[in-house]
Design a protein. Sequence first.
Lengths: 106, 519
Amino acid sequence: MSHAHDAHDEHDPLADLRDASRDRLLTEIGMLRKQNGAAELAAAKREVLASRDAVYGMSAELGELRAQLKTDVKNARQAMMQAPTWRVGAFVLRPLNLAKRLLRKK
Amino acid sequence: MPRFSIVTPVYNPPAKALKACIKSVRKQNFDDWEWCIVDDCSTQPHVRRILSRFAAKDARIRVMHRSQNGGIVAASQDGLDMAIGEFVALLDHDDVIAKHALWRVNEELRSDETIDYLYTDEDKIDAQGRHYDVFRKPEFDPIRLRGQNYCCHFSVFRNSLLDEIGGFREGFDGSQDYDLILRATERARKVAHIPRILYHWRVVPGSAAGDVHAKPYAYDAGKKAVESHFARQGISATVAKLNPGSYQHRFNSTQLSVKPLVSIVIPTRGDTSRIWGAATCMVENTVNTILKKTTYPSFEIVVVRDVNTDGTMVHPFNVPNAKNVSCIDFYEDFNIAAKWNVGVLASRGEIVVVLDDDTQIASPDWLEQLVGQFQFRNVGAVGPLLQLEDGRLYSAGVSLRPKPRHVSRGESSNHIGWMGIHSVARTVTAVGGSCMAFRRSAFDEVGGFSENYQYMYADIDFCLKLNSINLATVWTPEAKVYHFDARTRGASTADGDQTQFEKRWGRLSGQDAYTRGNA
């Protein structure tokens, strides 16, 4: 008995709405839709920002990778030219290169 | 037609200095030049003797002797009139150029056909021939050029451009080269800088190099040159002389042709700390001082406050119930970039200022000075001079050299800084988010602040993104703001932020186009 009494005393959030007029309900629905719309709009704007940032970020990362590649190629080239085989080859071909240069000059 | 015409007005230089000057030109390892020397009726007999001797030795040296003394402008203009070379280089009668100067300049000009004006680094040379005061200059910075003639020596102009702008102008004696550089750079298709010391500026008694007070009239002429520059740009500003050779420009509300609405976005948790000995709610202090002191007529304040999941504030605070103050609730985990973005999206201004809650404006016209800079073309973001509680500098812009840092942090704000960098507005790589103004359109274009950063680097990343669309970041000492460094959140660092920054901009770390040398 007391249990039923307690339940009856608890505030029922829908009870107020059940008794509300149609106009009031329509107004409230409109307000909620507007609020939701604004929140959704703000969230969408942030998503647009994030997408644009991602594009700029990826472009920057691409630049970073290109710079890294350039450095790697430079280092690899330097390492190659320091290798004994390359140096021996360059030494062997030196007369030929010299001759080529002279011919070009002529 | 020679590649270079060197133009030198001469008036009573010491014999030794004049000979050194002539020798430095004759020793060039690049031969395609002519030298147009105009003797402005020197009274000392050695001048004519030395000039005649060298002119007889070298057909490329052409000397004109003026019948009466006309001053530096008239003599320099006579030199320009004589010049038939494709490019004109200016050389003072007692200075020296490096042996490879013309060759190096020629190489640079060959690399890009559109270069119309070029300048190099320089140093000074004393009577004993010792070099000092090396000036490693920034990349071309039109903003800084409005405050000081930092390009100065060695300046090389395309001759056709000089014809177009009409050469030197009367009435600018002592700053005639500054006026010429300002007018040339306004029209130049491209301006280049060679980061090599190719010019040695001799310090002799009575020269501007040795004593900045030696030619006071030159600074009046410099001020006139800057005013004239603003007039040509259609920008109204008040120009004043600072320390010799530096000029400030300030804006006031009546001078701004448009006064756009400025939104000031302040992210906060509502912390309290001690400022000048008194316990203070930081954000209340920030907002109150803005409302009390700011003279700019049109602004709103958007406070982005941290709230708990039940909607209560983390640290309750009160801001004045004013029409132009609003609060936005922020429920998410701490991310400074996200808070800035939320605040900016909730604001309406055409110009937005993000401002830390541990700041206090020090100059009432701070918004005029920040907004005023947006009148210039290609300005994306502007930052003020940030001062610590004790008046020392917190930031004179951000440099990436040797790693991201605030320029001049901890130095006296009363000192003009290396080559005057604290005293004039200039382009910087970035400014801190403690106080940064930017256009809303630019913010939208680059996608706002990157929320990939939690604590640090989102502000620098933002400026670098602006830079990638050719929008410069400007630092101005005319707007002053106190920054009670990181009082509200502690000095947080996040390794993840650094990794993220390096992933995007690692190639730029360690170098900075605008802070070279001792800056």
